[in-house]
Design a binder for this molecule. Structure first.
Ligand SMILES: NC(=O)c1ccc[n+]([C@@H]2O[C@H](COP(=O)([O-])OP(=O)(O)OC[C@H]3O[C@@H](n4cnc5c(N)ncnc54)[C@H](O)[C@@H]3O)[C@@H](O)[C@H]2O)c1
Length: 355
């Protein structure tokens, strides 16, 4: 069996999830690491058995010297275009973290670079691969709710009002991002929404910044319209549903998500603890379909990365190819347009076809 050789760029906070997943995929092997920070590079190199001669502080050196088939980009969006350009020019397949791009034009450029170079490009949208959303997708595909009526998606609890300058954050760059919630998390939400319900025909958004410690928006609502049903998102990092008081000095991500899907045959309910229930329209109580569980990020990355390898081997399309992600970005950037102009944003037929 062929082992696909992976060169990972960006050995920061989230790279651990990628590296753990690669180590669980039998026909994949991380052969090289790259980061601007020698310290972060050495830390991950030691933990994952990558020798110092395969630890690079320059992507071009890694690409020309190391044996690599796939480049896994785990850096922020500001670096994606340059790194995708280099990886495509070197003839490597690419996995790129979300948010995929700073603008839609930049995203289209990356898709074109990969196409012209004949390499495969996938965006690391792991949220749809979480157990809870995989389960809901199966329920929808089985027709459990029938024709959709209304979809309600609620997210809370990271709690930006506690992000005082002196408090350490896993991702301190959150404080300075001019677009925060619907850029950083919106990539996940819109990808997952499209996975479950398809791309809507229009949206309308209101956003605001509540915490004095972040620059970008940390709360917002989005109404999403379809021909015969509707949905809304009520997302806030400034709302504390369950976060324990007193808050303390340690800040880690807390993501509570609830989803209610109403249809002609019944209602799916995703609770904040990860449990899923179903209430049939024709009577009877709620049945439990999935037990409470934490967000299984590690497993979501295993499914995502295994999907990438499988699709490359079989020559099949990725669920979240760079091209597919253009529709996700259209919803994300449309949210900012709508909120700034107080007008709805419409998605044309071509964008919806990518759903
Ligand atoms: N899918 C998810 O659930 C999830 C979760 C967390 C973060 N992310 C995304 O992953 C990305 C990275 O996030 P993070 O929290 O790990 O950030 P981080 O700052 O901890 O790590 C990024 C690393 O990239 C390195 N880097 C930057 N530019 C580079 C370059 N040109 N060459 C080599 N190395 C370079 C930095 O030195 C840093 O170590 C972000 O886009 C973030 O949105 C996704």
């Amino acid at each position: 069996m062929r082992a696909w050789k992976i060169g990972l760029i960006g050995t920061g906070w989230w790279s651990e999830k990628h590296l753990n997943a690669w180590s669980r995929i039998t026909n994949a092997q991380v052969t090289a690491l790259c980061d601007l920070s020698r310290e972060k590079l050495a830390r991950r190199g030691t933990a994952y058995g990558i020798p110092p001669q395969r630890q690079y502080d320059r992507a071009d050196e890694m690409l020309s010297e190391a044996e690599i088939d796939i480049v896994d980009i785990v850096t922020g969006p500001d670096t994606h275009l340059a790194l995708v350009r280099q990886a495509a020019a070197a003839g490597k397949h690419i996995l790129c973290q979300k948010p995929f791009a700073r603008t839609e034009a930049e995203a289209r450029e990356m898709v074109e670079l990969a196409r012209a170079a004949g390499v495969r490009l996938m965006v690391a949208e792991n949220w749809r691969w979480l157990s809870r959303f995989q389960r809901i997708k199966r329920l929808l595909d089985e027709g459990r709710v029938g024709k959709l009526h209304a979809i309600r998606y609620i997210h809370s609890d990271y709690y930006t009002p506690r992000m005082k300058p002196e408090i350490a954050l896993p991702q301190p760059f959150f404080r300075d991002m001019p677009r925060l919630l619907f850029y950083e998390m919106g990539a996940h939400w819109y990808d997952t929404w499209r996975f479950l319900f398809g791309t809507p025909s229009r949206l309308y958004a209101e956003t605001m910044t509540v915490s004095p410690y972040v620059r970008g928006e940390d709360a917002g609502i989005v109404a999403l319209g379809y021909e015969d049903h509707y949905g809304y998102m009520d997302m806030s990092w400034a709302t504390r549903q369950k976060l324990d008081a007193p808050l303390g000095d340690e800040v880690g991500p807390v993501h509570l998500e609830q989803l209610i899907v109403d249809g002609e045959k019944g209602t799916i309910k995703l609770y904040a603890d990860g449990a899923i229930g179903f209430v049939a329209m024709d009577g009877g109580g709620e049945s439990r379909l999935l037990e409470p569980h934490p967000l299984d990020h590690e497993d979501s990355h295993l499914r995502l990365q295994a999907h990438m390898i499988e699709c490359i081997e079989r020559g099949e399309p990725f669920q979240t190819s760079g091209e597919d992600n253009l529709a996700t970005l259209r919803m994300m950037f449309g949210t900012y347009e709508s909120a700034a102009n107080h007008t709805p944003v419409f998605f044309d037929r071509e964008e919806r076809r990518q759903a």
